[in-house]
Design a protein around this ligand. Structure first.
Ligand code: ADP
Length: 398
């Protein structure tokens, strides 16, 4: 059975076509700058990548282009669209009502639309992608897999903010958490790698990418996570501030006469390591290079990043009354030995001991703590697309 996984962003569309017989990726790619000047597609199949500059005026056109790329003589891997048995969509926000992967119908689409208020940058393009597929493949089942769903198991004391309760009742203001598909995948893999049942483990998963979040996974379930009502809460990130005193925000708004929109832009797009390092870049490779060149604030931004990750690990070890394993994933977590070393140096009190040689690894699964370490530290490359494909298969098989 072949399953197409789609991840529609505001101006991009990422895709992977899986053969679920052996969970192999037959083709994958990305359409970028959809609706803008200079839109293009990068398509990879059988180890070859083809870049095509093409006018993709909207997501519907992009979906059509992708299907053609999957079917055409040169880059194709299927003959007919009917070979695609189902489409799995990454949807960012499921709110309180959509807390597990579901087959998409009119009711589900309405609920996704209702969550657009909570994720205005993400849910609308997700929905556009769903509608585009529906129009082109009306008889192919479609499944939605939500970034928020894994965190549905958080207890109320963890997800509520200490605000007047009516804001939760009236507007559903609460912690939802994101990156759930990634946390779920790496926590599951960690249990497999350790040869233990998820029920018997307390795991802290650190998804450290451009967006970054941490999750406390107890007995296989998310019991707390660092992102909140939006992805802005929690860790310091590439361009997001993460946690700070809300009064500081109000103060700056007054001082600089800023609107909520302008303020949101500063907190989401101009803060984090970008804001502190002051080199006009948020990519951690650039920041680490700037440190080597002696840019003081670049070093400071990384110290702040590491410190905050370590503090969250401590917080979640307390929340779970212990921790068996700490997992590092996503761009920084999988690739930066320097960040892992710095973060783990705060965690010796937990009995965590890093094996320097094993830590010198990039992008592949490895337990990089020493054999006698009380807490295991593991690198696990994330694979959200595979989770989406598996969930989709599971639902359409029923
Ligand atoms: P997202 O999906 O949120 O865009 P990724 O998980 O792809 O993020 O991670 C992107 C981040 O990973 C970037 O900040 C990038 O610099 C960082 N990264 C990738 N490779 C390395 C590396 N070798 N060393 C340090 N950081 C890295």
């Amino acid at each position: 059975m072949k399953i197409l996984v789609l991840n529609c962003g505001s101006s991009s569309l990422k895709y992977q076509l899986f053969d679920m017989e052996n969970e192999s990726v037959l083709a994958k790619g990305i359409c970028e700058k959809i609706g803008m000047e200079g839109s293009f597609n990068k398509h990879e199949a059988a180890g070859e990548e083809v870049k095509t500059v093409v006018d993709l005026e909207n997501h519907s056109v992009a979906v059509k282009f992708v299907l053609d790329a999957l079917m055409n003589e040169k880059t194709g891997v299927i003959k007919n669209v009917s070979e695609i048995s189902a489409v799995g969509h990454r949807v960012v926000h499921g709110g309180e009502d959509l807390y597990e992967s579901v087959i998409i119908d009119e009711k589900v689409k309405k609920l996704i639309d209702q969550c657009s208020d909570l994720a205005p940058l993400h849910n609308p393009p997700n929905l556009i992608g769903i509608n585009a597929c529906e129009a082109i493949m009306p008889n192919t089942p479609q499944v939605a897999v939500f970034d928020t769903a894994f965190h549905h198991t958080m207890p109320k004391m963890a997800y509520l903010y200490a605000l007047p309760y009516k804001y939760y009742q009236d507007y559903k203001v609460r912690k939802y958490g994101f990156h759930g598909t990634s946390h779920r995948y790496v926590a599951g893999r960690a249990a497999e790698i350790l040869g233990k049942k998820p029920e018997d483990l307390k795991i802290i998963t650190c998804h450290l990418g451009n967006g970054a979040s941490i999750c406390a996974v107890k007995g296989g379930k998310s019991v707390d996570t660092s992102m909140g009502f939006t992805p802005l809460e929690g860790l310091m990130m590439g361009t997001r501030s993460g946690d700070l005193d809300p009064a500081a925000v109000l103060y700056i708004m007054e001082k600089e006469n800023l609107s909520p929109k302008e303020t949101g832009n500063i907190l989401n797009k101009q803060s984090g390591v970008l804001g502190v390092a002051g080199i006009g870049k948020s990519d951690f490779r650039d920041i680490e290079n700037a440190v080597a060149e002696g840019v003081v604030n670049a070093g400071l931004s990384l110290e702040m990043f590491d410190y905050r990750v370590a503090k969250y690990v401590g917080e979640y070890a307390a929340a779970m009354n212990g921790v068996d394993a700490i997992v590092f994933t996503a761009g920084i977590g999988e690739n930066s030995a320097a960040r892992r070393t710095a973060i783990c140096s705060y965690l010796e009190y937990l009995g965590l001991k890093v094996d320097g040689n094993k830590n010198n690894t990039r992008g592949k699964e490895i337990i990089f703590s020493t054999d006698d370490s009380a807490v295991k530290a593991i690198i696990i490359p994330t694979n959200e697309e595979l989770v989406i494909a598996r969930d989709t298969l599971e639902l359409v098989k029923k």
